[in-house]
Design a protein around this ligand. Sequence first.
Ligand code: SAH
Ligand code: SF4
Length: 385
Amino acid sequence: MIATSLDSQDIPEPSSVAGKLNLLGLSREALVDFFAEMGEKPFRAQQLMKWLYHRGVSDFEQMTDMSKALRTKLAQVACIIVPEIVVQNYSTDGTRKWVMRMPGGSSIETVYIPDGGRGTLCVSSQIGCAVDCSFCSTGKQGFNRNLTAAEIIGQMWIAAHSFGSRDVSSERYVTNVVFMGMGEPLLNYGPVLNASKLMMDDLGFGIGKRRLTISTSGVVPAIDQLGDDTDVSLAISLHAPTDELRDVLVPLNRKYPIAVLLAACQRYLDKLPDKRKITIEYTLMKDVNDSPEQAAQLAAVLADLPVKINLIPFNPFPNSGYERPSRNAAMRFSKILQEAGHIATIRTTRGDDIDAACGQLVGQVADRTRRQERWKQQHDQAAGL
Ligand code: SAH
Ligand code: SF4
C-alpha cells in the first residue's frame, strides 16, 4: 500500500551534520531565526542567501561582508553541505545529467535540458519511487527514502553553478524547474514545498512560479494542500483515458480515480490568482494507450478542464515490456486531440544517448521495498534463467 500522508517522511530531515546545522535548504524565515539566536540582525540571512544561492559560495570564510568573528562562529555551529557529484554526462544535444550520491549510499539523477533561450532543470524528489507505475524505470528500482529540502535544492545549486557564472541572479542558465526526475514529489510534500519556495525566492534562485512545475501521478489530498500553500504550475501524469487502463499503468489510480483527480485539478486552478492550464502528461505506449479511439476518449475526458496535453513517446529500458509507438501513430493521436480543440504537443526526446530521457532515470537505489528483487526474479523466470 502506498503511504499518502502529507508528511510521509520516514527519515527525519538530516538538517544537522556532526552537530552542525546545515544552512542549505533552510527557508528565509528559518535563517532569520537562526541568526537571531546568534544575536544577529535579520539582514544576515539575506547576506548569507546571496552568497550561497546567487554566487554559489559554500565556504563561510569567503563571505567577506561578514566580520571575521561572525564567520568563525558560523563555522563552529553551522555547515553547508551540497550533494556529492559522482558522474556528470553531456549529451550531444546539450542535455546534461548529474548522478549525485546521497548520504546512505544511494544516488539520484538530475537533468538539465537547454532549449533556445530556456534551460529546464529536471529534479528528483525521492530516492526511487513507491508508486510503481508499470512503465517507469524509476518505479522498478523500488523505494529507499524521501530527499530532504537540502538535497532537493542542492541539485539546483549544483546545476546553477556548474556553468561557471559568478552570479546566477544576473546570468540565468536555469530558467525553469520541473519535478519530473526520480520520485513522486507529492509523497514528499514538506521538503518539496520548502525547496520550491527557495527556488522561487529572489534571494534563492528567482524562478518564476509559472516556470516551476510539480508533476504528480495524482496524490489528490496533496494537490488540495498544494493549492492552499503555493501557486506553482501543476502537471498530471494521466497516461490513460479510462480507469480500467489507468489502474494497471498507474496503481495510485485505484485510490484516486480519474474523475476524482480531475476534480482536484479544477479546484487547484480555481485557487490560482492567474489564469493557467494544467499540463497533462501522457506517455504513448504502442498498442496499449495509443489508438485513435483512446485519443477520442482522452479528448472527451479532458473536455471541461483547461489543459495542455504533452504526449511523451515511451522511452524504452531493458525488460520494460512496452514499446514506443511509431512517429505516425503519435502524430495521429495528437491530431485527434487537436481536432477536438485541445492543445497537444509531442515531447521530443532529449538526452537519450546519456539515459537522461523521461522515465530513464534510475540512480542507484538501495531498495527497501524488495520490489526491485521481485521484479528481477519475474524477468529471470520469464527468460528461463
Ligand atoms: N512521479 C512524478 C514525476 C516523475 S516522472 C509523476 O509520475 O508525474 C516524469 C514523467 O515521465 C511522468 O509523466 C512519467 O509518467 C513519465 N515517464 C515515466 N516513465 C516513462 C517512460 N519510460 N517513458 C516516457 N515517459 C515516462
Ligand atoms: Fe513514480 Fe512517477 Fe515513475 Fe510513477 S511515473 S513510478 S509516480 S516516478
